[in-house]
Design a binder for this molecule. Structure first.
Ligand code: PGA
Length: 256
């Protein structure tokens, strides 16, 4: 794992944006795995400002709430169109977001997996992390080999996401999420985390044992993971000084 610690979320996001832009410029028909939530908002603004060519890209979103329509203001469909897709020249037919209203959820999940495979697999998977270490909506004790499927949110995640909905009662209980096994098949994972409330989950994911009690720790099994953090999210890492030194002394050819 490459751990990049920056003084602020703005600075960490700028590095993440350079990395994403590099992938898009190098492979104009790349397949991007996209995330929602507060964490990637700044990144999407940066990417829009870079005026990249999205016309040949294919995107797959990580997750969606079950039982709410794409038009619902808190659906991840709405989130993605409001915060990114509407502002870039992405082709609607290349955008994939799980269907929270699918009649047959297992069949839908299988078809989503097949679609990722047919598109050639995900080149770059963007990830946030929950306060409990979830990635996508793979909650604690999710199988580290899991595939796209329905999950039930924990009370903590529903509490964490209540601010989007106005109240905890309105947060759906069920979601469709890419599995951890699916995420691990991406060629490169880019995990972003900002703020003190993510510090423990990040320390466990990066430096703790691999355990389904911190689903993000499964990323230790992946050969190419970049983690962009602000100081607060990095504050519980034991090897902070080492990660900083490594980043400051990267050889020129390896710089982002
Ligand atoms: P957040 O959520 O970006 O809103 O903090 C992250 C997540 O739950 O994966």
């Amino acid at each position: 794992m490459e751990i990049i610690i920056q003084p602020t979320a703005e600075a960490a996001t700028k590095i993440a944006a350079r990395l994403v832009a590099g992938v898009i410029r190098e492979k104009p028909a790349a397949v991007l795995g996209l995330a929602t939530g507060s964490t990637p908002l700044r990144l999407y603004r940066e990417l829009v400002a870079l005026k990249l060519d999205w016309s040949r890209l294919t995107t797959f979103n990580l997750d969606e709430y079950v039982g709410i329509s794409p038009q619902h203001p808190q659906s991840y469909h709405s989130f993605m169109w409001d915060n990114l897709f509407r502002h870039v020249n992405v082709s609607v037919k290349n955008v994939n977001i799980p269907d929270g209203l699918a009649n047959n959820i297992p069949a839908f999940c299988e078809s989503y997996e097949r679609k990722i495979f047919s598109a050639g697999g995900i080149d770059l998977q963007l990830l946030g992390i929950g306060t409990d270490g979830h990635i996508g909506f793979n909650e604690q004790t999710s199988s580290l080999a899991s595939r796209t499927r329905i999950k039930t949110l924990t009370p903590q995640t529903r509490k964490d996401n209540a601010h989007f909905f106005g109240s905890e009662e309105q947060v759906p209980h069920h979601v469709i999420t890419l599995g951890i096994g699916t995420i691990l098949e991406s060629r490169h994972c880019l995990l972003l985390a900002f703020g003190k409330k993510k510090a423990r989950a990040i320390a466990e994911a990066v430096e703790g044992p691999i355990t389904s009690m911190n689903p993000a720790s499964a990323l230790q099994l992946h050969s190419k993971v970049t983690v962009c953090l602000d100081e607060e999210a990095a504050s519980e890492l034991k090897l902070q000084d080492y990660y900083r030194w490594v980043f400051d002394h990267k050889p020129g050819w390896q710089k982002i």
